[in-house]
Design a protein around this ligand. Structure first.
Ligand SMILES: NC(=O)c1ccc[n+]([C@@H]2O[C@H](COP(=O)([O-])OP(=O)(O)OC[C@H]3O[C@@H](n4cnc5c(N)ncnc54)[C@H](OP(=O)(O)O)[C@@H]3O)[C@@H](O)[C@H]2O)c1
Length: 339
């Protein structure tokens, strides 16, 4: 145990369920008392916490693969911090841990839910992104779910984001014949081609996705990694080659929709082209973790894999960081820094 503990912690609560775009009044930053950790628990000072698109789904009161956030309770999500008091074997003051109690300054975490991470191997924030949940999503979604193979032409949407930027680069590293990305600004498009080595990229806000994709992939695509849904998915189905594969990872274009969104109008093409369209959840792919860490750490060390992070400073800006993510204000992983 350590001596001087803080007396209170600020934490974000969901106070009303958003309808459409989340509004500031749906959230509140509240103070809660901090107490010494009970048996088998540690008190963690959060240094970074993650805001992720899936959290929008948890703000709705619907049955899903993760339970909804409870109103007037602290929100949850990935976080990395430093143990400042320990009442658990194997975790000591000063250790850095990854855990699931983000959106707050101090977290009282059961030891079995805290994973030790090494600040000397990678910057701590990387355990939320390139070496963390979004990285594993990209890795599993490309190599396992899409059954990627050398020579494939790969198209990824949300390509300048955390998952998408890793998908495109890993496809190149493993021998894709062509990698195409779409993103929401000309600056992001430039980054994809000039820094991440994509063969082609386009700004989906500059014209119809189907047309821009056809131009970027004149011989069609073999894999579509979907982070967006909607118009992107329809365009990809049109461009997919025989036996093409789609990993449906996310559909961010519809997360704030207030009405059911239309499906792809060309779904019948799935038959003749014998397409495989498969949803994924990263949680199903934990068995890949050791291989993922080994490969990605190697590519990071050699400089072959690049990544960006967008930091929003201060717990009080947590809500703005989240809505900024939904608006595309991030390049790479969006992270709230409390360090
Ligand atoms: N299935 C799983 O297990 C799993 C796990 C992690 C993430 N995901 C999903 O993967 C996707 C990417 O997640 P991430 O964490 O890497 O987020 P991210 O891509 O880093 O950030 C979200 C990005 O989405 C783009 N966006 C927002 N609205 C859009 C729209 N209407 N049309 C096209 N793009 C839009 C924005 O970039 P632009 O500037 O390019 O618009 C924004 O930067 C999300 O759909 C997420 O839900 C799924």
């Amino acid at each position: 145990m350590s001596a001087a503990l803080p007396t209170s912690s600020r934490e974000w609560h969901l106070v009303a369920r958003p309808h459409g775009w989340p509004k500031a009044e749906d959230f509140a930053l509240r103070e809660a008392p901090v107490t010494a950790p009970g048996e088998g628990r540690v008190l963690v000072r959060n240094l970074y916490f993650s805001v992720d698109p899936y959290m929008r789904g948890r703000m709705n009161d619907v049955k899903s693969y993760t339970p909804p956030f409870k109103l007037d309770h602290p929100m949850e999500g990935g976080a990395v911090g430093e143990v400042i008091a320990s009442n658990a074997e194997g975790l000591a003051v000063g250790d850095h841990v990854l855990h699931g109690q983000g959106w707050r300054e101090y977290a009282d975490v059961p030891a079995e839910h805290a994973v030790k991470v090494d600040a000397s191997l990678a910057p701590l924030s990387a355990y939320l992104g390139v070496l963390g949940m979004t990285g594993l999503t990209a890795y599993a979604g490309l190599f396992e779910v899409a059954s990627f193979k050398e020579g494939d032409v790969v198209f990824v949407s949300g390509a300048a984001g955390a998952v998408g930027s890793q998908v495109g680069q890993m496809a190149k590293l493993k021998g894709a014949s062509r990698v195409i990305g779409s993103a929401g600004s000309d600056e992001k498009v430039k980054l994809l081609v000039e820094e991440y080595g994509f063969d082609a990229a386009f700004n989906y806000k500059n014209g119809p996705v189907a047309e821009q994709l056809r131009e970027a992939a004149p011989d069609g695509i073999d894999v579509y990694f979907d982070n967006v849904g909607g118009e992107h998915l329809e365009a990809a189905i049109s461009s997919l080659n025989l036996h093409g594969r789609v990993t449906v990872c996310g559909m961010i274009a519809q997360y704030n929709a207030t009405e059911p969104t239309p499906g792809p109008r060309n779904l019948a093409l799935v038959i003749g082209k014998r397409l495989r369209i498969q949803g994924m959840l990263v949680g199903d792919h934990a068995a890949l973790q050791p291989q993922f860490v080994q490969d990605v750490a190697g590519w990071l060390a050699s400089g072959e894999l690049k990544y960006r992070e967008t930091f929003v400073e201060g717990i009080e800006n947590g809500f703005d960081a989240f809505t900024g993510l939904l608006r595309g204000e991030n390049t790479g992983k969006m992270i709230v820094s409390l360090a």
